[in-house]
Design a protein around this ligand. Structure first.
Ligand code: SF4
Ligand code: FES
Length: 252
């Protein structure tokens, strides 16, 4: 198997206040079985060996479940492979001689901390506003006594697949967090356990989203196109209906 030669144009930025710039590196021993992050590890090993600062990037599980690997690859959050996180993207999807542009997620609510690492704690603040249930669901056998229809369970599960990565925000020209938020609201809206706090939840999570500086949704569907968990924009429509009903009928 022939090694690939790649030219990497990577965003470097010392800290949140520094001016960033693109830095170019050439790697000539990339294996097609490497993941994208392993390719960056290889580059970092070379940088460290030659006494240079390694490139800071975020990762944790490297299995497509934690949502940490927030890279924009050739202009697309998580890169060109549909339904795939950057950590699960493999180098076989690139060709020998390719030039690859690697940048951080860009949104006012996600400030760059260093190089390719952004601060996504704005999502935590939105979750704190209502992304949970506080009703006592009892022990596991008790929970089984509440019947949930198959269709409802499956829809709730589809929403719960959101890994909070933020790619939807990075792809949106308005930096809207509506796909993320609608998944987090939708996972409870389809379950009986989510009903007692349903109206309060949607109102306070939308308020927290606005407060955090995310933009409005103007139905561009860029979010749905880049979501590594293929969350459907139909959840946004559902959440908008929920929000309208809650605004007209909720009393604290
Ligand atoms: S909706 Fe998709 S793109 Fe947005 S945070 Fe969740 S998993 Fe990531
Ligand atoms: S590192 Fe966990 S989803 Fe990519």
């Amino acid at each position: 198997m022939r090694a690939m030669k790649l030219t990497l144009h990577i965003w470097r930025q010392k800290n949140a206040n520094a001016t960033g710039q693109i830095e170019t590196h050439v790697l000539d021993d990339v294996n097609q079985h490497m993941s994208f992050l392993e390719m960056l590890d290889l580059l970092n090993e070379k940088l460290v060996t030659s006494g240079k600062e390694p490139i800071a990037f975020d990762s944790d599980c490297r299995e497509g479940i934690c949502g940490a690997c927030s890279l924009v690859i050739n202009g697309i959050p998580h890169g060109p492979q549909r339904g795939t996180t950057a950590c699960q993207l493999h180098m076989r999807h690139f060709s020998d001689g390719d030039e690859i542009w690697i940048e951080p997620f860009r949104a006012k609510a996600f400030p760059v901390i260093r190089d390719l690492v952004v601060d996504r704690s704005a999502f935590d603040r939105v979750m704190e506003a209502g992304g949970y249930i506080s009703v006592n669901t009892g022990s596991a056998p008790d929970a089984n006594s509440i019947l949930v229809g198959k269709e409802q369970a499956e829809t709730a599960f589809e929403a719960a697949a959101c890994i909070g990565c933020g790619a939807c925000v990075a792809a949106c020209k308005n930096a809207s967090a509506m796909l993320f938020l609608s998944a987090k609201v939708g996972q409870f809206a389809h379950l009986p356990q989510g009903q007692p706090e349903r109206k309060r939840r949607v109102l306070s999570m939308v308020a927290a989203m606005d407060e955090a500086g995310f933009g409005n949704c103007t139905n561009q569907y860029e979010c749905e196109a880049v979501c590594p968990k293929t969350i459907s924009a139909e959840f946004i429509a559902e959440m908008n209906r929920d929000y309208l009903v809650a605004s007209l009928t909720h009393v604290d």
